[in-house]
Design a protein around this ligand. Structure first.
Ligand SMILES: CC(C)(COP(=O)(O)OP(=O)(O)OC[C@H]1O[C@@H](n2cnc3c(N)ncnc32)[C@H](O)[C@@H]1OP(=O)(O)O)[C@@H](O)C(=O)NCCC(=O)NCCS
Length: 194
């Protein structure tokens, strides 16, 4: 699988990405809204899981690369929720879109640019009817990305993340939604006569 935008490529994972992704999730600034930083083992297991999901489902979290210099920027893609998370969210949505980029690549609009390509793929190629995104309520940059790509906050679906301990300040999560654009109606004059 490979999606291209003007400046970016979303591509399948390579073994060499594991160390680079471990550096990103090991950065306390990148993980300031997560309960802990990630280790190399976390990066490796996450990438292996993403590869397996892609093979089974035809979509996954992917590697994000900059076209100009082939730099690995981080992760962006879609995945089904775990059963525990899905059960904790009112309405039990199916598929989330998510992102994590290295700090030096923030603020250039890369996440929304790649996310829009991923949503096109979700609605156009996969035929999904809805994609949601979740984050800690205080994660303003991630919420901005959701807004920039046309997602809308649904306060009624906000929830306490079940993988984060009771009472932890990062537990309250918000949920944003976007629905597949309605299929365009073919103008009557373009419908071929029978
Ligand atoms: C969330 C994230 C993917 C955004 O990616 P991005 O490519 O920087 O997105 P944008 O360039 O559109 O910036 C989005 C917002 O981030 C904020 N931002 C930009 N540069 C920033 C910086 N250097 N430091 C902190 N926040 C910054 C701004 O609020 C910006 O909104 P604006 O364009 O209206 O000013 C990125 O900040 C990130 O990887 N964060 C750490 C991991 C994370 O929290 N992931 C989400 C988990 S749910």
């Amino acid at each position: 699988m490979r999606l291209e935008t003007e400046r970016l490529v979303l591509r399948e994972w390579r073994e060499a990405d594991k160390g680079l992704y471990a550096e990103i999730i090991g950065d306390p600034a990148v993980r300031r809204f997560f309960p802990s930083v990630g280790t190399f083992e976390d990066a490796s297991a996450g990438i292996d899981r993403a590869i397996q999901r892609l093979a089974v489902l035809g979509f996954s979290f992917l590697a994000l690369e900059r076209k100009a210099d082939s730099r690995f920027l981080g992760m962006l893609g879609m995945a089904p929720f775990s059963e525990a998370v899905r059960a904790a969210i009112p309405g039990a949505p199916e598929v989330e879109i998510g992102w994590q980029l290295g700090q030096q690549y923030w603020g250039k609009g890369y996440a929304p640019e790649a996310a829009l390509a991923m949503l096109d793929f979700a609605f156009g190629t996969l035929g999904l009817t809805e994609v949601v995104a979740i984050t800690y309520e205080g994660n303003a940059p991630s919420r901005r990305v959701m807004e920039k790509i046309g997602m809308v906050h649904d306060p009624e679906a906000d929830f306490l993340h079940p993988d984060i301990p009771d009472g932890h300040q990062l537990r309250p999560h918000v949920l944003y939604r976007i629905a597949s654009p309605a299929p365009r109606e073919v103008p009557v004059s373009l419908v071929a006569p029978r």
